[in-house]
Design a protein. Sequence first.
Length: 418
Amino acid sequence: MKDKRYRPDHQIRCSFCGKTAEEVDQLITGSHASICSECIHSANEILKQSQYHQFQNAEFELPKPAEIKSFLDQYVIGHEKAKKAISVAVYNHYKRILLGNSYDTDDVEIEKSNILLIGPTGVGKTLIAQTLARLLHVPFSISDATTLTEAGYVGEDVENILVRLYHAANFDIEATERGIVFIDEIDKIARKTASPSITRDVSGEGVQQALLKILEGTIAAIPPRGGRKHPEAPMVNINTRNILFIVGGAFDGLTDIIRRRTSQKWIGFGADTQRRNKLSDSELLELVQPEDLLQYGLIPELVGRIPVIIGMHELSEKELLAILVEPKNSLIKQYKKLFELEGIELNFTEKALAEIVNLAVKRKTGARGLRSILEHVMLDIMFKVPSLGNVKECLITEDVILGKAEPILKMSDSRQSA
């Protein structure tokens, strides 16, 4: 006999709005109550609005610029001026969000503070953006500008940048609209000349033009699952007005443009020329101006939408050594933890650490070089040592880094073996 509790004789209605099954798209019925698809949608919107207003009203949760920089200091070594500028820009951006729409009726409207980070590879551009997202508990995504093309051409649409952020936000539109997007390799889409192109520049000027609207603030329709747009596919509307865009690039050759510009101000009988030539590339990057970026190949409209321009210097040997051991997630601490899980104490001599830094400097890959060097050195060690079973301590010397010797192992019975 069928259970009549789920198929009552009377007409089923939504327990919230009272509509019948014929009046709505779907009606979900339980043993004692029913709810229609419209009420489910309304309840979902109420929950999202509640979460959004909690964010809007949580002013005490927004850290001050000094607190933001202090948090960055725990993960990012050096770049004091850059961290200070970023802390102020991020604070002002999220303060603007917390104000909501209250300033729309005033005479002053606060605009977005998108950020451009300029510096060689491995200096920490991506790390800064990731650390900011971790501090602020907002969705974060990374996109590569080199894969982007104009709509209709082979490659990724610019809107795919927002699709990644939407996925990082777990498909929450409200969370997506206050997230952080990092666009790397922005210098690779510079047009070839400073003059406007009269032909299609599919991966250069055309992409810059496509980026303008989402950087400034627009309602962008994106395919929820990514891929190319299709007229019949469902779309999700994302408002980019409160999304913080951080773009980065190495901008090879930009220092030459800055040097030529600054030399015009220092024309004389030789003394100023010598002073100009003594400036390092790092010092020149701190003098970057919007007109230098225009000369490099960025279009004026794009430069105007990125008001905060920060030059990041190449890391010194002292800073690379600090990166190796000091941050909370430093490489040495990570390897020590991996060995600790095996009951083994891992140690490095000071000369070994210095040699790792020396090799990274020679490769000119910045902090990224540190990881590749350590991965190469530690591969055989991490393969062999766990199988020995009675290792108490593992010491990495300078010769181990250079590939001239094996690590010094201290066994649990106090015997040592090479």
